[in-house]
Design a binder for this molecule. Structure first.
Ligand SMILES: NC(=O)c1ccc[n+]([C@@H]2O[C@H](COP(=O)([O-])OP(=O)(O)OC[C@H]3O[C@@H](n4cnc5c(N)ncnc54)[C@H](OP(=O)(O)O)[C@@H]3O)[C@@H](O)[C@H]2O)c1
Length: 323
């Protein structure tokens, strides 16, 4: 079978496609034919050696898949061949097939395509954990989402709308803002050409209640300043590179709160709770209350190119690799 291999941590041109033997499921495991593998910003960082987690090389990158169970190992009775499933794989997703613990796979609702399902877990769990659990967004509140045309950003728009919030989407291009509008954002800010603080305060009617910030850098401070009384600023990541330093008087003013969000670490320590949360989110998607956008599909051989484009900010929405 064909797999994507990162031979060395460093430039992404060291990521290549190789042939490997088919894996065989052992006791308690399942073999899944991958129909789509979600590409996340973090995959490129890991392959470049710029992430806190540095796997031994060579390794197969990719953290989430959707596909069809081909075979099950001894002692597996909850999962059957032919089932449509998705899973977080840790590593190993950019491959034609993967072997996983049976407990790691989750049934995919019939309403989701393989591509939608493959891009769902990381973006939607992060968005829900941020908005519902950490910021506890209430109906009628106003949420400002930075990087709103990216994976986590677009999911945050969808989740905020599902929670009954009004959304102001901020992004760098017409294409990304159009995606956020289609997802339900009521107002948009192009933070490359408009003043983020002034515009967000204007369109929200005086100040937003919650900021979702997976971008960091120069956008964080104006977003913090756009918060109204008792506003909550959620720190998710630093896709733009620099980690912003903000003046603490801006937290004191208006009784604001800064909230750290680390869904990945929480999910690892709270497996059962995370699984229940994912089940609820998939049920919401199955019932049409969440609307993951259909990702663009690219071949497995484009893995390095897609990770490069993501890191270069050239992708609107999500991309999956289709083996
Ligand atoms: N805290 C958590 O639990 C958690 C969980 C998952 C992901 N994350 C983090 O969230 C961030 C976003 O992840 P994602 O999967 O949504 O990524 P993504 O799809 O690539 O979106 C990131 C967005 O950041 C913006 N951006 C601004 N400057 C950028 C630059 N120099 N390079 C790249 N992007 C830039 C881009 O939007 P514009 O062009 O519109 O500015 C882009 O759409 C990452 O830092 C990731 O590590 C955090």
């Amino acid at each position: 079978m064909r797999v994507v291999v990162c031979r060395e941590l460093g430039p992404l041109d060291g990521v290549v496609v190789e042939d490997r033997d088919e894996p065989v499921p052992g006791p308690g495991q399942v073999l899944v034919d991958v129909k789509a593998a979600g590409v996340n910003y973090v995959d490129g960082l890991i392959c470049q050696g710029r992430y806190q987690l540095k796997p031994p090389v060579p390794f197969v990158p990719g953290g989430e898949i959707a596909g069809v169970v081909r075979a099950v190992g001894e002692g597996v009775d909850g999962v059957r061949p032919g089932e449509r499933v998705l899973a977080m794989t840790g590593f190993g997703a950019f491959a034609e097939s993967v072997v996983l613990p049976a407990l790691a796979v989750v049934a995919v609702p019939a309403t989701l395509s393989f591509a939608q399902a493959a891009g769902f877990v990381q973006s939607y769990c992060t968005a829900w954990f941020t908005l519902a659990r950490r910021a506890q967004v209430a109906e009628g509140e106003c949420v400002l989402v930075l990087g709103a045309g990216g994976g986590v950003g677009l999911a945050s728009v969808d989740v905020a709308v599902a929670l009954g919030a009004r959304v102001v989407a901020a992004a760098s291009s017409k294409e990304k803002l159009a995606l956020a509008t289609a997802m339900g954002a009521g107002a948009v800010v192009d933070y490359e050409t408009q003043d983020l603080k002034v515009t967000a305060r204007e369109v929200s009617g005086g100040g937003v209640d919650v900021v979702v910030d997976p971008v960091g850098g120069r956008h964080s401070e104006p977003a913090l300043r756009a918060l109204g009384p008792f506003g909550r600023f959620c720190v998710l990541g630093f896709a733009s590179g620099p980690i912003a330093s903000v003046p603490l008087n801006q937290v004191l003013l208006n009784n604001r709160t800064v909230i750290g969000v680390d869904w990945g670490a929480w999910a690892m320590r709270n497996g059962a709770e995370n699984r229940a949360m994912l089940g609820d989110l998939l049920a919401m998607a199955g019932a049409g209350r969440l609307h993951p956008a259909e990702p663009a599909a690219r071949p497995l051989g484009d893995a390095a190119a897609v990770m490069t484009e993501l890191l270069d900010r050239r992708i609107a929405g999500k991309v999956v690799l289709v083996p």
